[in-house]
Write a new protein. Sequence first.
Length: 440
Amino acid sequence: MSSQTFVLPDVGEGLTEAEIVSWRVGPGDVVAVNDVLVEIETAKSLVELPSPFAGVVGELLAGEGDTVDVGAAIITIVAEGTASGSAPTAPAEPAPEESGGAVLVGYGTGGHVQSRRKRPIERPVAASVGVVAKPPIRKLAKDLGVDLTDVVPSGPAGEVTRDDVMRHASQASVFRNIETPEWGQVREETIPVPAAPEPELPVAADGAREESIPVRGVRKAVASGMVQSAYSAPHVTVWTDVDASRTMELVKRLKSSPDFADIKVSPLLIMARAVIWAVRRTPMVNAAWIDGDAGANITVRHYVNLGIAAATPRGLLVPNIKDAQNLNMRELARALEKLTLTAREGKTTPADQQRGTITITNIGVFGMDAGTPIINPGEAGIVALGTIRQKPWVVDGEVRPRWVTTVAGSFDHRVVDGDGMSRFIADVASVLEEPALLLD
């Protein structure tokens, strides 16, 4: 029989290895060109690899959880019409679902492969507890911390759909906000940490007191980037307390506005606008230190690719909103919402995380007042937004309850001097205290 071997490709990121997350096919399955074969985890993203061949799956040469070098063989596919009688016969596939057009599949780096086929039906899998859901839906539920036994299915065959999981996760978030009113405003940040279960650790033998967890994928990339940043850029952190009561009032008004009826609004939206506004007044915080063969240079960017640090079940990701300075309030809110959903679903691509210029990390969702964040590699500044809660505050000589937060920022002291970083943080704080400054 004629067999073709598919090797792990370099998906456009200069990678040397990737981890096999899940196989979408098995021996004996019939595949067409561009059918998704496997999902891999690179240093930055989950990537679906399409098949370059048509035929019958022969052998899977790597198991789920294995780390494979780029260029290594991972699967064999027997060309259609050449398999002998002894070759496994794949069952007939059900007719594809109507999806309204071509399906984009590919490496997740912008160089997508476009398929003219409809997306095939993924067979539901019945759990031992009677829940019927497709494998991708189970993964989404796991990432969002949703117990599928609590979800009301709406699928035609009684299966749980993606919308069912997202609806249940959203309702659970509302209930958490009601139960903890002090956290209500903060938990509605655009980048909350999903209510996920504790990470799955290797099962320990009876009596074992230690576990060994391989460092790979996103965790490996984060560790490398943080060490590089911490030991190459001299970090300096400054912070200030802020009366954010008027920001909270503005958020409340925007939520009730018909123009924002279909968009999630949170204090992070005002924070993002404040950072963009303050960058105009202190452009060096938006710069980068570049070491070259001819010496070092400082590159000042006259645009803002605003990074938002997102804690996901896969690890820390920092996707950024390209040219955020060109977006109005509604457009920025929409971009933040899209960034959030993409990160939650594990669909953040490497391109989404590249070319950032300055980052916001929302540590308030963890209940933290302030921190000293590490600068994202390739940038000169990162701003941290602390939790927003009511505290006693002196107003016109009287102590009153106000919504108070802390704004902190770490900067590369090679690029930004003390007066610049202090002025920048003061500008961000002034906008949170008086959002009307954004009208300038």
